[in-house]
Design a binder for this molecule. Structure first.
Ligand SMILES: Cc1cc2nc3c(=O)[nH]c(=O)nc-3n(C[C@H](O)[C@H](O)[C@H](O)COP(=O)(O)OP(=O)(O)OC[C@H]3O[C@@H](n4cnc5c(N)ncnc54)[C@H](O)[C@@H]3O)c2cc1C
Length: 240
């Protein structure tokens, strides 16, 4: 009893308690959020939001286990998604999320659904509350900041999603000074995926990001404007 009441013991006790609190706070603040992907096994993620972007394109948002969880996908890599086609047969296809690990608690896929596409059928049928089986990360390419001075990217249709993922990661990293030039081809204006987001990047990072849209139906006009923008003078003698 006497010992417990001694002021020296009390001070030591308080110091020990404070040190424990400080250590806990340090460990908590340095704890890396747990990755949710498993490269060997499919894991199920719940569809929490589905937004139709055009007649055949939709954005799917899937919840991660907690609001602070991260998917854990290295920049430049993709995931495998498993579903069932119109005949009920299993189908597995690769997709690149448009979200990064800086987006906590969820990940998003922008999917173009083809009328006869097998996995397209699965996504077309998915409703909020359904689960998607996902495995990953997959792929050999992993982006490291400063890897190159500038990226020249060429994408068509839904091939934009890997480019968007890498471009976003580069541009949103204030320590990365890499430049990105993207030529993005589609059939019509309505087919351009993520246009608002790409235009947003071009607006926010004018010195580091340039996007050029190429359309089948107005291809000459677009090449003409690309030429004007880059060389500053009208093109003479082109065959159109
Ligand atoms: C690394 C990577 C990332 C990708 N990321 C994305 C992404 O983020 N978003 C995205 O939308 N796509 C992405 N893709 C493409 C995706 O993997 C699929 O290829 C796409 O969704 C089509 O798959 P599907 O099973 O629906 O079509 P499939 O069944 O493979 O059909 C492909 C095409 O053939 C046509 N077709 C199929 N059957 C017939 C038939 N009997 N007769 C005539 N035509 C037919 C379909 O209409 C379609 O045009 C990515 C691909 C890769 C390699």
């Amino acid at each position: 009893m006497e010992l417990l009441q001694s002021p020296t013991v009390e001070i030591v006790g308080i110091a020990v308690a404070l040190a424990a609190v400080a250590a806990a706070a340090y460990i908590y603040s340095n704890k890396k959020p747990r990755d949710c992907l498993d490269p060997e096994n499919f894991k199920e993620f719940k569809l929490v939001q589905r937004t139709q972007l055009s007649h055949n394109v939709a954005k799917f948002r899937f919840a991660l286990p907690t609001p602070t969880s991260v998917l854990g996908l290295p920049i430049g890599q993709h995931i495998s998604c498993r579903g069932r086609d119109g005949q009920g047969e299993e189908v597995i296809k690769p997709y690149t999320p448009t979200t990064l690990d800086s987006d906590l608690g969820h990940f998003e896929l922008v999917i173009k659904m083809y009328p006869q596409g097998r996995m397209s059928h699965h996504f077309r049928e998915m409703r909020v509350g359904d689960y998607l089986a996902v495995k990953g990360p997959k792929g050999r390419f992993k982006y490291q900041p400063g890897q190159v001075r500038a990226f020249g990217m060429l994408a068509g249709g839904s091939g934009i999603t890997p480019m968007f993922q890498v471009a976003r990661a580069i541009l949103e990293n204030p320590k990365d000074r890499t430049k990105v030039h993207l030529i993005y081809a589609n059939v019509t204006l309505e087919d351009i995926l993520l246009k608002e987001e790409l235009d947003g990047l071009a607006r926010d990072y004018p010195d580091r990001f340039k996007v050029f849209y190429v359309l089948n139906q107005v291809i000459c006009l677009v090449f003409f404007s690309i030429f004007l923008e880059n060389f500053g003078s009208p093109v003479v003698g082109l065959p159109f």
